[in-house]
Design a protein around this ligand. Structure first.
Ligand code: ASP
Length: 335
């Protein structure tokens, strides 16, 4: 008999581990009540595809996810993959609200080419037509699939495979919530096989330069929402707090209002040091933010096509290595 591929399932909570008062409670339920071992117990079919090990990392709703948990998850995945060459891949069960952020952090910091697959659910485990069990089975099958190697961290839900860099939660309650915008899915999971059609061309995982060893505290990077008639108070408060970086979630192609530009000019002219690194991202969900002479002159760098929440993660990791604007620009063009 051939041995089954070994897959670890690391559990962190979320709706997939949530329970409600009845099968028709689809939005009123308590997230993060079940353990990973209980999620697995609901999917006995998974044992036909993989030799599975389960571990509980935390049990939180994903709005409560933290950079510290990201760090321990990345280090734990690294330890599992390093210790056992027979591990085919790792699945992380996670709440969907911030799943894409954890996925992107791991995409940049887990330096192995074996697949790491994030999975969640839109309906709690007690719901009629709960989506968690099939999502979990498909995630395990993807983590066990040789063709998933080298594709970076993946998000598998609703039979669809998305890449960590481009995926975003796009709908509050629909099961087809994870989308990669204009760039599209990487593949599908059907009952006969796991199929890939696309792969990200950007650096990630085994090819990443971001090393967590020696990084005990991450630079603090925050997001400022930019919108018509917006207040400058959040920007001033963050600068006053001495944050290391600020990403503007800007309208359109990363534009700023005249008032924001004037505020940035004042920040740049002040001798308060250190000053945060400032970046412009787009809130549109698709397309690139490019260099523009007027913003470049103020040192406000573009984030390419990363969403504000992904740009924040990349800037955090970049600032842990360098504060040189040319290096930060290089990093945003390569990752
Ligand atoms: N509140 C949940 C969370 O942990 C939502 C979900 O899992 O879908 O993100």
């Amino acid at each position: 008999m051939t041995r089954l591929p070994r897959v670890w399932v690391l559990s962190t909570g979320g709706t997939i581990a949530g329970t409600g008062a009845s099968s028709t409670h689809l939005s009123e339920y308590k997230a993060s009540t079940l353990l990973g071992s209980e999620l697995l117990a609901a999917v006995p079919e998974a044992h036909r595809f993989a030799d599975i090990r389960v571990e509980q990392v935390v049990n939180v709703a994903s709005p409560n996810m933290t950079v510290e948990v990201w760090r321990s998850l990345a280090l734990r995945i690294d330890a599992i993959l390093r210790a056992d060459p027979d591990v085919a891949g790792v699945v992380v069960t996670h709440g969907t609200s911030t799943l894409e952020e954890t996925a992107y952090f791991l995409h940049l910091t887990v330096r192995h080419d074996r697949p790491v697959v994030l999975v969640g659910a839109q309906r709690p485990a007690t719901a009629i037509s709960a989506d968690g069990p099939l999502n979990l089975l498909n995630a395990i099958r993807t983590a066990a699939a040789p063709q998933a190697r080298g594709k970076g961290v993946l998000v598998v839900m609703n039979d669809e495979i998305n890449g960590a860099r481009d995926v975003t939660k796009s709908s509050t309650y629909r099961v087809e919530t994870f989308r990669s915008g204009e760039l599209g899915f990487l593949g599908y999971v059907d009952d006969d096989r796991v199929s890939f059609y696309n792969a990200s061309t950007r650096r990630h995982t085994a090819d990443s330069e971001f090393d967590l060893a020696g990084v005990d505290a991450f630079p603090r990077v925050e997001i400022v929402a930019s919108y018509a008639g917006g207040s400058l108070a959040p920007l001033h408060a963050l600068v006053h707090e001495g944050v290391d970086g600020i990403v503007f979630a800007s309208p359109g192609a990363g534009s700023l209002s005249d008032a924001e530009v004037a505020a940035v000019k004042a920040i740049v002219a002040s001798d308060a040091s250190p000053r945060p690194v400032l970046m412009r991202s787009t809130r549109t969900g698709n397309g690139r933010v490019t260099n523009r002479a007027a913003f470049d002159a103020l040192g406000i760098l573009p984030t390419d096509n990363l969403s504000p929440q992904k740009a924040r993660i990349l800037l955090m990791l970049a600032l842990a290595r360098t504060s040189d604007p040319a290096q930060i620009a290089r990093i945003f063009s390569e990752y």
